[in-house]
Design a protein around this ligand. Structure first.
Ligand SMILES: Cc1cc2nc3c(=O)[nH]c(=O)nc-3n(C[C@H](O)[C@H](O)[C@H](O)COP(=O)(O)OP(=O)(O)OC[C@H]3O[C@@H](n4cnc5c(N)ncnc54)[C@H](O)[C@@H]3O)c2cc1C
Length: 515
């Protein structure tokens, strides 16, 4: 996957079958499916793959216990099926995780236990394991630092966990392998039309500032919370179709959640659920659901969201976290499809995806979840065939292995998410396997691999998405950033002034992840 080679391919292709705008979960899934079905596919991403919502999730591959509570049975059924498919096709990226709901009154264990039995049943053959009731001692042995005062027992159930940005990079590599052409730092700025029908797009290469026209039989808008902006570029008077809702996570040291299990709080003070999930020697705690009007590339966590998470998590932990314990904080925007009108109560808007086609032929993908990215892609490419008149071909992604597929993955290996590529990363440079930090795992080989094989262009690409340093510990990341920039500069043959500029850009973003 090489950016400059991919740019050269543009001149050799007078017309594409499909241009996908947006390189998040939806866009990358769509590009993979399109290329796999034999379509000449180009994906254009404004910044970096998964820079938007798709690197800022709770990192769960789940049916969504909460949606069952809301009565959204069809969404849960679809997501549980996709959970099983994702686990099967990407065993190096998705793992089974046990979640415990601690209970402090007589009714909650039997109540949630019954609901979770329904959840298990709905997963059918693709289930990850049965849920069971726990007594007080069992609950404490599984989560030693759960708050013990008033504890009566708990329920344990199973869902999937993944690294969202690494999944996105592996999907980009899968799409590339299937024959798609992907370009990051390529912002679509206008549509090319003939007789009011879309015939292509114009994009700006944000690395060299040049604009380029691309012709295509179909164009898909998969830009998440930015969808309305592109819809208005096409049809200026369209009413907003997306209701953005912000979700914040805080990251704590592992000592706040001893043991390999996650905690699920089924009813927070605002009637949602809250998760505390172990992730790479840290714990991710979240999230919130705050309606937001401004769609920023780098959303900002609100003070009340941080306080809400600390307070609600603290009720279940024997050692309550406070602000100074937070190693990183990140915010993401849900691109909710606002069919029910512009509800302020975003937690009640369905997470189902929707596909619309404008009168000029623009195919818009709205809403959805990471877990259902494959189904979103399947439905979108089926629509592409209808709109473009291309002869239809069957979807095969249910059994398509994700790049690096390795069923023998050792989850204790810090390079496990590369799957079969891990050995190549390790053998890149002889002395390149020592971590640059005692707290975070990041090596020279990973940095150089990200540049050579994963289209990383900036310091932020390496620290935020090719490795997850920024999301795990923003303070430690600040310390190692100059060294990482130096290694990148040598690999990219850049001068000192490149390092200075990269550090300046990165430090501006870094402040968002620190309190
Ligand atoms: C807090 C939070 C927690 C979540 N947790 C989970 C979870 O645990 N499990 C789960 O399944 N789902 C979860 N989700 C939902 C999931 O993350 C999203 O549904 C999914 O990531 C959306 O992907 P997307 O591709 O639609 O959008 P994005 O990831 O935002 O991708 C859109 C891309 O389009 C690009 N773009 C925008 N404009 C242009 C342009 N003009 N030209 C080119 N490119 C452009 C953007 O840069 C961006 O990269 C969560 C969401 C949030 C906010």
């Amino acid at each position: 996957m090489n950016r400059s080679q991919n740019l050269k391919l543009l001149d050799k292709t007078p017309e594409w079958d499909v241009v996908v705008i947006g390189g998040g979960a939806s866009g990358l899934g769509i590009a993979t499916d399109a290329a796999n079905r034999g379509l000449k596919t180009l994906l254009l991403e404004k910044t970096d793959f998964a820079k938007g919502t798709s690197s800022r999730s709770t990192k769960l591959v789940h049916g969504g216990v909460r949606y069952l509570q809301n009565g959204d049975v069809s969404l849960v059924l679809e997501a549980l099926r996709e959970r099983g498919i994702m686990r099967k096709n990407a065993p190096h990226l998705v793992r089974d995780l046990s979640f415990i709901i601690p209970s402090y009154d007589w009714w909650s264990s039997p109540f949630y236990g019954l609901g979770l039995k329904v959840y298990d049943m709905m997963a059918g053959k693709l289930g990850l394991g049965p849920s069971t009731l726990l007594d007080k001692d069992e609950t404490i042995s599984l989560i030693p630092n759960v708050k013990k005062e008033g504890l009566r027992g708990g329920v344990i159930y199973h869902d999937g966990q993944f690294d969202d940005a690494r999944m996105a990079i592996s999907l980009a590599l899968t799409a590339n392998n299937e024959g798609a052409t992907l370009i990051n730092y390529a912002e679509v700025v206008s549509f090319i039309k003939e007789n009011d029908l879309i015939k292509g797009v114009e994009f700006k290469d944000l690395i060299n500032g040049k604009k380029k026209s691309i012709f295509s039989k179909s164009v898909v808008n998969a830009t998440g919370v930015f969808s309305d902006k592109l819809i208005c570029l096409d049809q200026p008077k369209t009413k907003p179709l997306i209701r953005p809702s912000q979700g914040v996570h805080i990251v704590l040291e592992k000592k706040f959640l001893d043991g390999p299990q996650a905690i699920m709080v089924p009813h927070t003070s605002d009637g949602r659920v809250l998760f505390a999930v172990p992730w790479n020697d840290y714990v991710v705690v979240g999230t919130t659901d705050t309606p937001i009007d401004q769609t920023l590339e780098e959303p900002i966590a609100l003070e009340e969201e941080i306080q809400f998470i600390i307070n609600n998590a603290g009720m279940y932990m024997s050692k309550k976290p406070n602000r100074t314990d937070i190693k990183s904080v990140f915010a993401g925007l849900r691109p909710l499809a606002a069919s029910e009108g512009n509800k302020d109560n975003t937690k009640e808007i369905s997470r189902h995806h929707k596909i619309t086609v404008s009168t000029s032929g623009l195919i818009n993908v709205l809403g959805g979840k990471w877990t259902t990215y494959r189904k979103i892609a399947e439905d979108t490419i089926n629509t592409v065939f209808m709109v473009s008149g291309l002869s239809e071909r069957k979807c095969n992604t249910e059994t398509l292995p994700i790049f690096g597929f390795d069923p023998t993955t050792n989850w204790n290996d810090p390079l496990h998410f590369y799957g079969t590529e891990a050995k190549k990363v390790e053998s890149l440079y002889l002395k390149g396997n020592k971590s640059l930090s005692d707290k975070l795992y990041i090596t020279k080989n990973q940095i150089c691999w990200a540049i050579k094989s994963e289209m990383a262009m900036t310091l932020e690409d390496v620290l935020a998405r090719r490795t997850r340093c920024l999301f795990l510990d923003a303070y430690e990341t600040e310390k190692i950033a100059p060294k990482v920039a130096e290694i990148m500069a040598i690999e990219l043959k850049k001068e000192k002034k490149w390092i200075i500029q990269e550090l300046k850009n990165f430090n501006l973003i870094l402040k968002n992840y620190q309190l």
